[in-house]
Write a protein that binds this ligand. Structure first.
Ligand SMILES: *Cc1c(COP(=O)(O)O)cnc(C)c1O
Length: 423
């Protein structure tokens, strides 16, 4: 009897924690990446771009190989490597001709770069609300935010689940809008038989350190459109200097940057891409353990997967219902943390509530149309998820074992079973 009581006594109150050792870190960099980097080092050519029209305008052999392999991996016509997803999103806005007086509909629940991309071209980000099941942009809310100034929709496949792309594309077609897919968190994912990244006019992946596969910093944009691919390449590498040589007057408006990925990054990324599928399969397996076990807990709604979608679980998000549990989210998570399992309350602050938007510290924000609002309450689902309901964990990565996953699942089960002790 005593043992059972001890087992169910929450660690927060001095009981035995479910987990006492730290979880393993995920390091996917191995001998293959080291060898690939050393081969580049031996050539001495760490980056091979030149700002002259010709072969090396598009970088060296490893960058070009990465683009070829990446395009093949998601069945797109073109891939263009960048030094980050952020650069890729900026270039996507430039390639599509986003400019002053335009509005771009964006998500408030994402990494900040996906909303800032229109701003750097003088366009106004207009926040639509998210869907409470997938946390991606809600098509109904997108419709409400369309105005005569709307130029594009920039939708994010957040946490590794694709947005509702058939509807987003239908809205775009109806209103003559362009679409950008922020695919930073979804390499290897899919939507109704189509690879993630290929669902908008341009899709952009991230290869930063935190993503499933990485090369330190990096990004890859994909598109099926020859003109857009050329514009992306021009924006990546000082395109104005090759405007005449590139041939087509429609591209004379390009202002280029240095958004170039080096040969070193590309060498690593080529090796990482080969590992993507096995790393992703493990994440999905781990996520399915949490989905199965936490869906049995009243008051929790673990990550949902829409029909015909492949969710790749960049992180594992769960919804918490205080009215069922009887204690606030923060109190519940504190108790789970005491059991040795750190879960993260909420994701990023809804972007429109950040000082940049609240104080309108950019011309495109000051000159926004009267109906564009960054007020608290303007995306109620996002705010409810952020302030009350959502928590997530990155503990679905490939370095974790089934035993580790059992601990993650069990810590939450234990606190939920004994939630009365938190009252
Ligand atoms: C990581 C991330 C970015 C930015 O990627 P970088 O490669 O670091 O520029 C953008 N959007 C989302 C949704 C991300 O997760």
């Amino acid at each position: 009897m005593a043992a059972i009581v001890e087992h169910s006594k929450l660690a927060l109150h001095g009981g035995k924690p479910v987990r006492t050792s730290p979880f393993p870190e995920c390091n996917t960099i191995g001998a293959e990446e080291k060898r690939a980097v050393n081969e580049v080092m031996d050539t001495g050519v760490l980056s091979a771009y030149v700002g002259v029209w010709g072969d090396y305008f598009d970088g060296g052999p490893r960058v070009r190989q990465l683009e070829k392999e990446w395009a093949a991996s998601c069945g797109s016509r073109h891939a263009v490597a960048f030094n980050s997803n952020t650069s890729g999103l900026f270039a996507a806005c430039g390639a599509l001709g986003v400019g002053p007086d335009d509005e771009v509909i964006v998500s408030p629940y994402t990494m900040s770069a996906s909303a800032v991309a229109p701003l750097v071209y003088g366009a106004t980000p207009v926040f639509a609300d998210i869907d409470p099941d997938t946390y991606c942009l809600s098509p109904a809310s997108i419709r409400e935010r369309i105005s005569p100034r709307t130029k594009a929709i920039l939708a994010v496949d957040i946490f590794g689940h694709p947005a509702e792309w058939n509807e987003i594309r239908a809205i775009a077609k109806e209103h003559g809008l362009r679409t950008i897919e922020d695919a930073a968190q979804i390499p290897g994912g899919s939507y109704k038989g189509k690879a993630a990244g290929t669902l908008g006019d341009i899709g952009v992946f991230s290869l930063n350190y935190h993503k499933t596969i990485h090369c330190g910093e990096g990004g890859v944009a994909v598109t099926d459109d020859d003109d857009l691919a050329l514009r992306l390449r021009m924006i990546r590498n000082h395109g104005e200097v090759v405007a005449r040589a590139a041939g087509d007057e429609r591209h004379h408006d390009i202002i280029g940057f240095n958004y170039r990925m080096t040969e070193l990054q590309a060498a690593i990324a080529n090796e990482q891409l080969k590992k993507l599928e096995s790393l992703t399969a493990l994440r999905i397996e781990h996520a399915n353990t949490l989905r199965e076990r936490w869906s049995k807990i009243p008051g929790l709604k673990p990550a949902h997967v829409q029909a015909e979608c492949r969710h790749v679980f960049y992180v594992f998000a769960t919804q918490y219902d205080e009215s069922v549990m009887g204690v606030p989210r923060a109190r519940f998570l504190e108790a789970v943390r005491a059991e040795g399992v750190p879960l993260v309350p909420a994701y990023v602050e809804p972007l429109y509530l950040q000082p940049l938007y609240q104080k309108r510290l950019s011309p495109a924000l000051r000159n926004a149309a009267a109906n564009v609002s960054y007020a608290k309450g303007s995306c109620p689902v996002t705010e409810d998820m952020h302030y009350q309901r959502l928590f997530y964990t990155p503990l679905v990565h490939a370095a974790l074992s089934a035993q580790d996953m059992d601990d993650v699942a069990r810590a939450v089960e234990k606190v939920a079973d004994n939630v009365g002790q938190l009252a």
